[in-house]
Design a binder for this molecule. Structure first.
Ligand SMILES: CC(C)(COP(=O)(O)OP(=O)(O)OC[C@H]1O[C@@H](n2cnc3c(N)ncnc32)[C@H](O)[C@@H]1OP(=O)(O)O)[C@@H](O)C(=O)NCCC(=O)NCCS
Length: 155
């Protein structure tokens, strides 16, 4: 398992196929997924993890598994997603957290670390690459906005 980021309370690491049960508690939850067309089915979560692992290889990032340092279970995800915004590929911070862990500032803490990663390592790694996401910026929303990270140029 590849650990990507650590914060005071959290570890963010790459997902593995064995995370499907933990992640299903987050993404198959009807209330949690009320802004999506439907909550995920377990098979969707399996494909979603496979897809994430492909994108780790291709881009070096996507949503990562979020775990409290003092617990073994994965309680959600947080990471970076490429989104098409008006024809421009942008990097967005995404997050989903198990309902019984919400409201404790965990998404804010994880999003802050992901934003720093995007503005630091990711920017360095992509500085000289001809990538469709060459002109990237971080688009804050929800907890990311609370971190007061504003849209920036060419990450
Ligand atoms: C969004 C989510 C990850 C936030 O997790 P969290 O750890 O509870 O967030 P935090 O405790 O860091 O809260 C940060 C701020 O965001 C606010 N917030 C939390 N969920 C929110 C939501 N669904 N809409 C708007 N604001 C929200 C909180 O009220 C808090 O603001 P405050 O400090 O001014 O009160 C969690 O609610 C979740 O998993 N939601 C379902 C999935 C989802 O909608 N993901 C985002 C879009 S893909």
């Amino acid at each position: 398992m590849k650990t990507i980021l650590e914060t005071e309370r959290l570890t963010l690491r790459e997902f593995t196929p064995s995370d499907v049960d933990d992640l299903s508690l987050v993404l198959c939850d009807r209330e949690n997924m009320r802004f999506y067309p439907n909550p995920f089915e377990r098979s969707h979560v399996e494909r979603w993890i496979e897809w994430s692992r492909d994108l780790y290889q291709r881009d070096g990032f996507r949503l990562w598994a979020m775990r409290l340092k003092d617990e073994h279970q994965v309680i959600g995800d947080c990471g970076l997603i490429l989104q098409d915004v008006d024809g421009l590929t942008e990097v967005e911070i995404g997050y989903h957290l198990r309902r019984d862990r919400q409201g404790r500032g965990l998404a804010t803490e994880a999003a802050r670390a992901c934003c720093d990663f995007a503005l630091g390592s990711l920017g360095e790694a992509n500085r000289d690459l001809a990538h469709p996401a060459r002109e990237r910026s971080v688009t804050p929303s929800g907890p990311a906005k609370r971190n007061d990270h504003r849209k920036r140029d060419a990450v």
